[in-house]
Design a protein around this ligand. Structure first.
Ligand SMILES: Nc1ncnc2c1ncn2[C@@H]1O[C@H](COP(=O)(O)OP(=O)(O)OP(=O)(O)O)[C@@H](O)[C@H]1O
Ligand SMILES: [Mg+2]
Length: 254
């Protein structure tokens, strides 16, 4: 069973000729089959955590470890991480002009599976996944994320998730900007992947509304660059009712 282990992770970025520490000792273990929700105030470092695990070059790991089944993830290139079974749905998915959704998905699947999927079964696989997510088939021939609406970009992330079947999926605010129907469809996609029992999910979110559809096993509060509290789904309800003040006050003065 795949296990992602993050230990005492410290991460900095270079900004305005100075180094700014953003992650200040993150500890987290995500096992295949588990769903973890991370909630926390704006700017606390949640996306930085996602990018650092995925290998974004802007973020410098200054200390700590990230391993997948004991293998050092931080030593891997970005595509090695993907092949090892890591998947990141970004908060702000990037446009890839000149690359169609259908080519992008097939190239990704080929890289991850180690061989090109057979064309006939693949076309059917994509078609079925798109129908389930109620995506217009015309999207397959459009360039990745180019001119997609916010919600369309998020659906495309879930389409990738369903087709690429990672071991560990990090979903950074995949629920933001979705209308009620899209929220349900996207959540159902995440639940289908979860039902396989083969993926561990790290769901970064601001809203408990997605947690009505996706039941997390664990909820973590992220504040000032680290996890400051962990609990079950009841913690999300507490945050909704009381906010983050209890976790953010003290320590840093404005
Ligand atoms: N490349 C960068 N250059 C400068 N500062 C950065 C960079 N990336 C992140 N930061 C800063 O690090 C802090 C954490 O940012 P991050 O995007 O991780 O927060 P977040 O918890 O995801 O917030 P949100 O809930 O708004 O998405 C912010 O103060 C942000 O401005
Ligand atoms: Mg963010």
């Amino acid at each position: 069973m795949a296990t992602l282990e993050i230990r005492d992770l410290h991460v900095s970025v270079e900004a305005d000729n100075s180094t700014k520490e953003i992650l200040k000792g993150v500890d987290l273990t995500v096992k295949q089959g588990e769903t973890h929700a991370i909630m926390g105030p704006n700017g606390s470092g949640k996306s930085t955590l996602a990018y650092s695990i995925a290998g974004h070059p802007k973020y410098t790991i200054t200390s700590g470890t990230v391993t997948l089944d004991g293998e050092d993830v931080l030593e891997m290139s970005v595509d090695e991480r993907a092949r090892a079974g890591m998947f990141l749905a970004m908060q702000y998915p990037v446009e890839v002009p000149g690359v169609s959704v259908s080519n992008f998905l097939r190239t990704s699947a080929t890289a991850i599976r180690g061989e090109a999927p057979k064309l006939r079964t693949w076309v059917k696989e994509v078609k079925t996944a798109m129908e389930t997510l109620q995506m217009d088939p015309a999207f397959a021939e459009r360039n990745v994320n180019e001119g997609f609406s916010g919600g369309e970009k998020k659906r495309h992330e879930i389409l990738q998730l369903e087709l690429l079947k990672p071991k560990i999926a990090i979903l950074d605010e995949t629920d933001s900007g979705l209308d009620v129907d899209a929220l349900r469809q996207v959540s159902e996609g995440v639940n289908r992947v979860h039902a396989s029992g083969e993926v561990g999910t790290l769901l970064i979110t601001h809203y408990t509304r997605i947690l009505r559809y996706i039941k997390p096993d664990f909820v973590h509060v992220f504040a000032k660059g680290k996890i400051v509290a962990s609990g079950g789904p009841e913690l999300a309800d507490e945050l909704e009712a009381e906010g983050y003040e209890k976790y953010t006050k003290g320590g840093v003065t404005a």
